[in-house]
Design a protein around this ligand. Structure first.
Ligand code: 5RP
Length: 228
């Protein structure tokens, strides 16, 4: 699948998911290129159909895009509960175990997700896998002592790399943390791995989202497909 085809599938999934949003809802808005299509469609509905909902975003990038359409964005602490969060993912298996954080927004994404009544992911078909782990697992780490955390991950065989930007500087999250990507190949025991990572001092959060999602909307060449 080339980039143009993949983008078309992402767009179809985003447009399909936008139908979930109704007047008066509080909606978690994820991060990434697939979510951009979702927000474009929600922006269109806001401007052309008078849709009125409140958004809680998982990144400053998404907040900026949504506000550009006149969508109301509030802080997560200004709402009691989020009705539904719609987000992208890097990989998802048939048990709805997933990897997120390719866009370095995993911490806010997990906080928004865990305060949502319902979670919907939008992906193109290439993201649906038998076993997660081919996509490098992002881990958000505090800058202080990051070298020691990386050494510990090396010792455990996790093959870590510090994520760098085009200028060779560490990528910073919206919380000014670093991202360490683990090149695991496959993850057979995600619960055990998640426990090990979160118990490593210096780690803020990891990109394993296990059994959290309710629905996955898959952009498929035959039309959007819904997995529940
Ligand atoms: C950002 C994420 C994204 O949802 C994930 O990387 C998918 O991105 P895209 O829609 O661009 O493929 O987790 O942290």
């Amino acid at each position: 699948m080339d980039q143009t085809q993949q983008n078309a599938l992402k767009k179809a999934a985003g447009i399909e998911a936008a139908k979930i949003v109704e007047n008066g809802m509080t909606v978690g808005l994820g991060t990434g290129s697939t979510v951009r299509y979702l927000v474009d469609e929600l922006g269109r509905r806001t401007q052309e159909e008078g849709l009125k909902f409140t958004g809680v975003t998982t990144s400053r990038r998404t907040a900026e895009q949504a506000k550009g359409y006149g969508i109301t964005i509030v802080d997560i602490d200004d709402v009691d509960r989020i009705d539904v969060t719609i987000d992208g993912a890097d990989e998802v298996d048939s048990n709805f175990n997933g990897i997120k954080g390719g866009g370095a927004a995993l911490l806010w994404e997990k906080i928004v997700a865990t305060n949502s009544d319902k979670i919907v992911w939008i992906v193109d078909e290439s993201k649906v896998v038998d076993t997660i782990g081919a996509f490098p697992l992002p881990v958000e780490v505090i800058p202080f002592g990051v070298g020691h955390v990386i050494k510990k991950f090396e010792t455990r065989g996790y093959k870590p790399t510090l994520r760098l930007d085009a200028d060779g500087k560490p990528v910073l999250t919206d919380e000014n943390d670093y991202v360490v990507d683990l090149h695991l190949g496959r993850i057979d025991h995600p619960e055990d791995l998640g426990t090990d990572l979160i118990n490593t001092v210096g780690v803020v959060e990891h990109g394993l989202f296990l059994h959290m999602v309710d629905t996955v909307i898959v952009g498929d060449p035959n039309g959007p497909r819904v997995m529940t």
